[in-house]
Design a binder for this molecule. Structure first.
Ligand code: NOJ
Length: 514
């Protein structure tokens, strides 16, 4: 199967489905929802980390790469889950967190026990910080260890120590981790902040000089060269992308880049870039990747981002329309589309009302750092607009809240949940289903070139083109606006009627034989 034939769905296990009622999602819960995912039409899932972890960064602080956290399940249930996905033709990729481990990982416990411990060099230690790098979650990225009188690097939380990829033993260990999961049947990996594994201490924290060599060592091997890999690469520009996923490079299948989602100058801001700007950037990136001959990804959501319908659409009156429009843009784009759990229900931001409702280390650090300088209203508005907990609240399978869940519900569970959506006349899930079916049925949507026809304040129009056919998506970016003349057969719209004008957030899909 070619990468473009895949439609991914990201599962964030802690919040997905809690089968045993202990307040956290689990493997049994995931297994119980496989029919729901199969019916939706996705044929691949990315499972966010559920390895053993103290949970400081919700699983991205791993203390054992080869075991499943007991709150989620165990290795044998996890393998049953992989088999159950495979049995219905759904591929499974896991998160591979290669840049750092938990400070509870046995390697780090050894490393900090003394300067001459053999594991010391698995991490990055300095007598004095060589630069002023900041941790992504606030404060210096260098933490002083009083016992051994040196600083270690942590690009994320203090409890997430960066691995030293210059050490060949670390690289061997990481290859062995990859192989361990491949032997258990997984189909590939989403590689967490992969562009940070090689460091240039005199420059920025990312894109270091040995990045490509390290990636090839992992994924250019006989055993790994044909698996699916997607690197999370915040720093990647056009040239890096060609190097990272050019067909001849032996590195990655594709990358996540974030240009279209980083237009508003910071995560915690209420001054958000418009949908038009995001579409413009998305279209530029699509065109660039096509010119470079690389496979890109297409997405608006993941576990680190606010809900797209709240950020770019209208999560009130036009929630159904704007959620499905954003889905259409992703599912008709070039490359590999990724949906995030709950996006197919048009889930909105959480709208939490008190700081005690937040769980994310990044949000809580931001809150602590800014609570004395920003007004409470301003601080709260910023966290609600950009915070990661927007994406992490419980997946609402029905209207009933679970009191003991590790993170509270958003405000609208009674109204927005899977049971309600599936029986609604205007169901976001059913519209996503139709769009996925369309992608499967139309070669142009998988193989075709990307042609941007128009981006104005009111409309975004693009086509996917092969020698045989041309499929055009016409989108209203919020207002009523005339439909530009588009030849061809009308395939689908998120409104029942297609008139001369597009209605707010309406999309219309046309197909023309070339
Ligand atoms: C990116 C992950 O998506 C995010 O959730 C995590 O906090 C950081 N990497 C650190 O692992």
């Amino acid at each position: 199967m070619k990468p473009q034939d895949l439609v991914f769905y990201q599962i964030y296990p802690r919040s997905f489905c809690d089968a045993n009622g202990d307040g956290e999602g689990d493997v049994a819960g995931i297994i119980s929802k496989i029919p729901y995912l199969k019916d939706l039409g996705v044929n691949a899932v990315w499972i966010s980390p559920c390895f053993r972890s103290p949970g400081v960064d919700s699983g991205y602080d791993i203390s054992d790469y080869r075991d499943i956290d007991p709150r989620t399940g165990d290795l044998s249930s996890f393998c049953r889950m992989i088999d159950a996905f495979h049995a219905v033709g759904i591929k499974v990729i896991l998160d591979f967190v290669a840049n750092h481990t938990s400070t509870e990982h046995p390697w780090f416990l050894e490393a900090k026990s003394s300067k001459d411990n053999p594991y010391r060099d698995y991490y990055i230690w300095r007598k004095t910080p060589p630069n002023d790098w900041q941790s992504a979650f606030g404060g210096s990225a260098w933490e002083y260890d009083a016992a051994t009188e040196e600083y270690y690097l942590h690009s994320y939380a203090v409890e997430q120590a960066d691995l030293n990829w210059e050490n060949p033993k670390v690289r061997e260990e990481m290859c062995a981790v990859v192989d361990f999961w491949l032997d258990l049947g997984v189909d590939g990996f989403r590689c967490d902040v992969l562009d940070q594994i090689s460091k240039d201490f005199a420059g920025q924290n990312g894109n270091g000089p040995r990045l490509h060599e390290f990636i090839r060592e992992l994924f250019g091997r006989e055993k790994t060269k044909d698996i699916f890999t997607v690197g999370e690469c915040w720093s990647a520009d056009g040239e890096n992308v060609r190097q990272l996923c050019g067909a001849d490079r032996g590195e990655l299948t594709t990358v996540f880049t974030f240009g279209h989602l980083c237009l508003d100058g910071g995560k915690f801001t209420t001054d958000r870039a418009s949908l038009k700007e995001a579409c413009r950037r998305l279209a530029e990136w699509q065109t660039l990747c096509e010119t470079l001959g690389v496979i890109n990804t297409a997405f608006f959501e993941n576990h680190d981002l606010p809900r797209a319908v709240s950020r770019f659409g209208d999560d009130g009156q036009y929630r159904y329309e704007s959620a499905t429009l954003l889905g259409a843009i992703v599912l008709l784009s070039r490359g590999v589309p990724f949906l995030y759990q709950g996006q197919e229900l048009g889930l909105t931001n959480s709208h939490y009302t008190d700081v005690s409702m937040f769980r994310d280390v990044e949000i809580l650090n931001y809150y602590e750092t800014n609570k004395d300088t920003l007004s409470p209203d301003e601080l709260f508005a910023r966290i609600c607009a950009g915070g990661r907990d927007n994406a992490r609240r419980p997946m609402p399978w029905d209207e009933i809240s679970q009191d003991n869940f590790w993170i509270p519900d958003g405000t609208r569970r009674a109204e927005i949940n899977a049971r309600a959506d599936l029986s609604a006349q205007r169901s976001v899930y059913r519209t996503f289903q139709r769009l996925i079916d369309l992608r499967k049925a139309e070669p142009a949507l998988r193989e075709g070139g990307f042609v941007c026809r128009e981006i104005t304040d009111d409309r975004f129009v693009f086509s996917r083109v092969t020698a045989e056919e041309e499929i055009t998506l016409v989108c209203s970016l919020g207002k009523s606006t005339p439909i530009p003349s588009c030849e061809g057969e009308l395939l689908f719209s998120n409104y029942e009627k297609v008139g001369e004008d597009l209605l707010p957030y309406q999309f219309v899909i046309f197909k023309k034989r070339s």
